[in-house]
Every structure is written in structure tokens, then in C-alpha cells.
Design a protein around this ligand. Sequence first.
Ligand code: F6R
Length: 648
Amino acid sequence: MRRGGQSYPCSCDVQQRGVVRVGCFVPTLSIAAGTIPGMCGIAGYVGPRNAVEVVFDQLKRLEYRGYDSAGIAYLNGTDAIHVLKRAGKLSELGRLLDEKTPESGIAIGHSRWATHGAPTDENAHPHHDRYEDIVLIHNGIVENYLELKQELLREGHTFRSETDTEVAAHVIGREFAQGVPLEEAVRRAAKRMRGAFAFVVFSRREPAKFVAARNFSPLIIGLGEGENMVASDVPALLPYTRRVTYLEDDRIAVVTCEGVTVTDLDGKVLEALVDEIQWDIEAAEKGGYEHFMLKEIHEQPDVVRQCLAGRIDEHARVRLDNAFSETVWQEVDRVNIIACGSAYHAGLMGKYLFERELRLPTDVFYSSEFRYGDPLLSPKSLAVFISQSGETIDSLAALRLCKQRRIRTLGIVNVVGSSIARECDRTVFTQAGPEISVASTKAYLAQCLVLELLALHIAQVREMPGIRIEQEAGRLSGLADKLALALEVEGRMQEVAQAQKDARLAFFLGRNADAHVTREAALKLKEVAYVPTQECPAGEMKHGPLALIEQGTLAVFGATDPEVRDKLASNVKEVQARGGYALVVTTDDDGSLDGVGDELVRVPATGSPYLDALLAVVPLQLLAYHLARARGCEIDQPRTLAKSVTVE
Ligand code: F6R
């Protein structure tokens, strides 16, 4: 590949039909809605430079977000689309490009974080349609892809990958083959797809443009002089332009080197506002947040959407594509959940749910204890391994032990293609996207959600009369919006953190599910702010730990469970009577704790004790973050901790 500042002719033969008009200029560092990155990286360029080089450079600038495969499509001459893609690091793709030295005036590229199908060459983007007329890259999830795939299979389409993206390419290609313009084909196809997604597509038959479509997943168009580009995230654009327009939901953009036209799904041309990016590259990588931890906390409403995408159908039935058959779920008589750290805390939530709702005996083990503990395992039991990285050595060793003992194993894992995901009999992915901060936030949340989906799935299979699946599924569907509201307490948590920054000890107390969530919150405070913590069920306080409370001790109470609120109110008083400072988190539908504690924060009530308790983790993640910041700690990489613990 030629490097350097050469320019290449751009074969623009498309008339400029409308340009993006300058709207309001936004000079601040505020986080625009919809700028939270999706899971994968999207890049695209049309203009006089060598588009292949530009797009490869843009993908490199998105590397920090994590990915497991990458690919580029470009047009060489006008008759053929070339696709180069590889599993693994971008350097693998770079080697391929070096062999071919491609040049083109238009290219699109993608770095994939696997959600459907393993990270292989075949599953990497871009994907072709049936006739190889178009090529597509995609972020997000097409929820109804299986239904669309069945339809296409009946029509004789064949597929090379396991992805929803290839299905989307075939849907667009089928419309395009009817003779409509590419833009119209994308519009028609977008109307057939459900889910949260962003697409970029180009065709050898309309060679000087790409068409981009957005529904929930972010897509940003960069505006240059005689060149234009597209990316899922700002850092990819910064070396080329600071003028951008954020594509809104249900919008289609046609991008040529001369201009950009934005329309709605009915083809009506719309005005698009232009922003000037003020961030430097480092801030842009974090979406304008100071740390990845904060960015990941704020991504959680999107994580809820991604995690649930395609898993609750229109009849409010839970669909877990990769879980066991119904016979297995009927047979399982005991669950052993095995995990470490935050994943172990998610496991405690699983036990709460399985025993309370399903009456299914469940134990939770630290992986390191399980593997050396000579565990009692009944043949009909199920071992559930929860892991963000899928590589934690103790969890992997415990998994291998279960396999030796011929126990059924199920993974709840974030990283597709990881060892635990591959070695478990079945794996349900958390779909939380890459988690970069060492302290887990969004992955923990997604693990708890998958456990809830699993519980509903089992209840469905077992036709359990007491469980109103439809109602619970409805609560899950409304959770993302409630989570966004829960994030609004950030200013108050910042004030509490500032006031408590010299705390020498912090208690974390709750009952039932609140006890498990506060345990997780304690781990966050410990690892990022280095504050020693004492976490226990609130009722245990009197049996010893209360002796540690003194003037100024911070005590955090999870108090979302209405069944035990008055008991908890008494515990708050016990702490205050000894000079402790009490921060209480409860729900916004209850006034019984008004005036209780030194600071009371509320999260939106969901109607489910499990989800209420889970929402309470959000203010407490923010507390840990802001306390660490107030103490000047290294937040994203706490001392002596690693993101993936692959040694014993
Ligand atoms: C805490 C944290 C760790 C991990 C633990 C397990 O914030 O991130 O406690 O939860 O090391 O890691 P995974 O989930 O990758 O197996």
C-alpha cells in the first residue's frame, strides 16, 4: 500500500443534491445524546485521498475500544468490490493490505466485537449481498435477523457467516436488485429490520457514494473539503475534520465527496446540524468523559438495550438462542454458580432470583475455592460460569473440573470466542460491549440481566404458575429508560464523594438483594478509591461489625426492598447513634424513609425487587468513581489490579 500524502482521483459522478447546512454551533464539551459508542467500530471515506489508507487509519484510531476482527471493502476500478478481512488484530489486516497495495476513492471499514458467531474471518465485516453488488458494515443487533434469514433461505439465498450483518446485506441487496436506487433499497430494508443498528453500505453499481442508516447505534458524518467520511466514534474523524453531523435515529444519509444528504425513512430531505468538535484525541476516545469507568457507567442504558436485544419477543416470551433444550431445563435440580469478584456478586443475585422465584436450590462459589474444595456435584446439576473476560484462570480451571465430572456447564460471558465461552457446553453472551476500565460496571449489570433472562426462561419452560413472565419482561423492557434517570443523581453523588473523601472506613449494608448489590458497590470503592470497606447483611451488624463504627464512618445502605425497609431504618439509626454518616439509596415510589439517614437518594422504582436493587448500583458506582477522583486515584487502572486475571 502506498503511504504518504498522495491524492487519488475520486470518481464522483453524482450530482450534489443538498448539502448539510450549518445549524447551531456547539462549542462545549457536553456529551450529545447518542454519542455513546456502540460495540464495534465503523469507518468510511469518499474523496481524493486513498480511501483504503484513510479507513485503515480510522480503524486504528478506534482500536482503544477493543475488537476481535477487522475488515475493509473498497472499489478498485468500477466493476468489483474488494473485501479484505481478518480475525485478530488490525496488524493482521494491515499485512493483507500491504500485500495488495490497494488504492481507491471510496472505502468502508469495520472493527468487530463479536456478538453473533465467533470472531472468525468469515464473521468479520464487511459482508456482501447475494449478487456481490453491495457491501455492508454494521454496528448493533438486528433483532429479527433469524426471521429474515428464514425468509431469504426459502428464496434460495446462501450465507457464508453466522452474522445478522450478512442477513442485513442480503435484505438490502434483494431490494437493490429490484432496480431501485441504493438509497431507496437501504430505506426499504431499514423498515424491515428491528433492533438497534447503524449501517454503512456502498455498491459497485453506484460507485461514488455510500449510504448510511441509523437506528439507535451512533453514526457520525465528518465533513471535509471535497471529501466526506463516516465513523461510529469521533476519534476516527479528528485527523481529517472537526466538522461533524450526528445522524439521528431513523435517518438515512447519502455521502459523496461533494456533499451529504440526510433524509427520513419516507425520503423527505431534512436539515442536519453541524457541530464543531472541540475535544482532543484522548478525550474523544473516552467520548468526552475523563475516564473509561465513567464512560462505561454512563453507557449502561445502552448496555441494557443491547443485552436484551432480540431476547424478548413481541409476545413477551424470553428467547435465549444458545441456552439448553427444554428437557434440560426441566431436569436441572440444582445450580452452582462459579465466578470471581464482581461476577461472583452477580452470581449472588442469581441465587436470590433462582431460589426466590424458581425455588431452585442454588449455591454460589468463588472459583478459586470451588476448584480446590472437592465440591459435591449432583449429576442433574448445572454449573454456571460468569465471567466478563472469559479468561479468568480460576474460573476456567473450575469449568474444566466440572467437565471432568460430566456436569452440564453454562457460561455467561462478555467476550465471544474467549476460553470460557468456547469450553462451556452452552454460553449466553452478555452483549455489554468492550469493558476497558479495570473496575467492572456495565459488565456486572449485564450479567445480572442475563441471570434474570435465564430465570424467566426457566420459569417459561417449567410453566411456573406464580411467575408473571409478561409483567417481568415488560419491566425489563422499560429498564433502560429508568437507568438513564438513575444516572441523574450524579451531581449529588459527587457532593457526597467530596464530603466523604477522607473516609477511613466505609460500611456497605443491605438486606436480601440489596445486600448483594451493596457488596458489589463496596468492591468498587475498594478497588478504585482504596477505601477499606466492611460489607455485610445489615442484620449482621450487631454481631460484631458495629464495633467498628465511630465518628465520621461512612455507611452506605441499599434500602430498595419494601419488605425490610423498617428494619433497615433501625440499622441506619444504630449507625448514626455512634457518629456514623449514613447514605441511603431507596426507590422513588416510597416515602417511608423520608428524613432517614444523612443523605437519601432515590432510583426509579421498577415494580421488581430484583431490578430495584440492581438500579441502586448506579449511584454507588458513581460514588466510587467520584470518591476516587476526589482522592486523586488512578481510576481506570487501579494499583496492582489487572483487567483479566490469567494467573493464579
Ligand atoms: C471488579 C472486577 C473483578 C472481576 C473479576 C472476574 O471490578 O472487575 O473483580 O469481576 O476479576 O473477572 P471476569 O469477569 O473477567 O472473570
